[in-house]
Design a protein around this ligand. Structure first.
Ligand code: PLP
Length: 425
């Protein structure tokens, strides 16, 4: 199936990207010119419902008025001081974020992977300086199927061959266990273990929700064994999974939160590590940093994001509308067109029956119907619309999704599992 752009104009724009840009992504053939709320508009003026939200970086919708206002007000004042000086928005941001997380301190960075790197450095430092692990021996337990970003250290403990291949030598010090297996974590812990690093729901892996009770068990094990529990909530957090943090689903508080994506409101890259004083307080001047980390523009937006989350409305919308979305897709399972649907808040992973073609082909069919969603790992479609999506828009997306699968099934001649075959004679 050729995934053609919808116009010559878009084809020309795409050709320019494919000629001069490195091919480290494989986008759907749509060129976005503008966006507002849940809608993005292409070069030809077609409107789409955004069901990816830039991998949850745009949780509050494109151009949320409160976030744009905060950004514009700060743009006119000062955008970058570096941490060589203090800036006005810095204090209010770290205070608000620390309070939202119920922790003492915040270490701000920019991209998500920088926050993960910071968390790794934090855990090792804590291991050597507080726990008493001999220098150079610290081990961090990570999950199979993890995604924590793209730096050399972080891809060192990825299981994804595409992410790792040709980038060796790898950083040592990481031990894998199967995601969702608390007993395996317990068994992997030894005297040199400093942390368990995990996503409370694995996003890039296809919205993989761990078995109920997993987070509670990890909390119990890590507390008992004296190991830091580090939750990478970069994609799962800030409302996406139906609560402020995905760990809230089991009422669990990790030792360290790693945040990013939606923290910058889809306007600025803004990430952070949030933890108590006995952990983050180990950093002394000169031991870690970032020129843009904690810049005034990002902090002003970050404060507005924390404010937006304070009413609980976004989390509630995610919870209620996510269930509606999931229920609406049930016919895909009944027909045998999807082999599994996983859901947490407004975050769904739908596994496409391979007989219907690839997830990317279905995403292309959805694109033509003016819904933008993203495939992951070949056969999974991920839906993560902005949390400001309306009930009517959710219903629209459901209808288009059912239609896209139906078309794909018809195209491949796949028989519906829920329709009784006619028996001759
Ligand atoms: C996206 C993501 C990251 C990396 O964030 P970047 O801003 O792309 O560096 C890390 N962890 C998780 C769980 C993510 O989803």
């Amino acid at each position: 199936m050729a995934l053609e752009p919808r116009s010559e104009r878009q084809r020309v724009a795409i050709d320019e990207v494919e000629t001069y840009g490195a091919h480290n992504y494989s986008p759907l053939p749509v060129v976005v010119a503008s966006a507002e709320g849940t809608r993005v508009t292409d070069l030809d003026g077609n409107h789409y419902i955004d069901c990816l939200s830039a991998y949850s970086a745009v949780n509050f919708g494109h151009g949320h008025p409160a976030l744009v206002a905060a950004a514009q007000a700060q743009l006119g004042k000062v955008t970058l001081t570096s941490r060589a000086f203090y800036s006005e928005p810095f204090g209010p941001f770290v205070k608000a974020l620390a309070e939202m997380c119920g922790k003492d301190m915040v270490l701000p960075m920019n991209t998500g992977v920088e926050a993960v790197e910071t968390a790794i450095k934090t855990a090792r430092k804590w291991g050597y300086e507080s726990k008493g692990v001999p220098e150079g021996r610290a081990k961090i337990i990570v999950m199979e199927g993890n995604f924590h970003g793209r730096t050399t250290t972080v891809i060192s403990f990825s299981n994804d061959e595409d992410a790792r291949k040709s980038f060796a030598p790898y950083t040592p010090g990481f031990v894998h266990v199967p995601f969702g297996d608390a007993d395996a974590i317990e068994a992997a812990i030894d005297d040199d273990t400093v942390a368990v690093l995990f996503e409370p729901i694995q996003g890039e892996a296809g919205v993989i929700v761990p078995p109920e009770g997993f987070l509670t068990k990890v909390r119990e094990i890590t507390a008992r064994r004296g190991v830091l529990m580090i939750a990478d909530e970069i994609q799962a957090g800030l409302g996406r999974a139906g609560s402020t943090f995905a760990c809230d689903r089991e009422g669990v508080e990790p030792d360290v939160y790693v945040l990013g994506k939606a923290l910058g409101g889809g306007i600025m890259p803004l990430s952070a590590v949030v933890a108590n004083r006995e952990i983050l307080g180990l950093f002394q001047p000169g031991q870690h940093g970032s020129t843009f980390g904690g810049n005034p523009l990002a902090c002003a937006i970050g404060s507005a994001v924390v404010e937006l989350l304070s009413t609980g409305e976004m989390q509630e919308r995610s919870r209620v509308l996510g269930e509606r979305f999931r229920a609406g897709l049930q016919p895909l399972l009944d027909a045998g067109w999807a082999t599994a649907i996983r859901q947490a808040g407004l975050w769904l992973g739908v596994d496409v029956n391979p007989d219907l073609g690839t997830a990317k082909e279905i995403c292309y069919r959805l694109m033509v119907k003016e819904v933008l969603a993203k495939d992951t790992h070949g056969h999974t479609i991920r839906f993560a619309p902005p949390l400001v999506i309306t009930e009517a828009e959710v219903d629209e997306v459901i209808a288009h999704t059912l239609a896209a699968f139906e078309e794909a099934a018809a195209h491949k001649g796949v028989v519906r599992a829920d329709v009784e075959p006619e028996i001759d004679g």
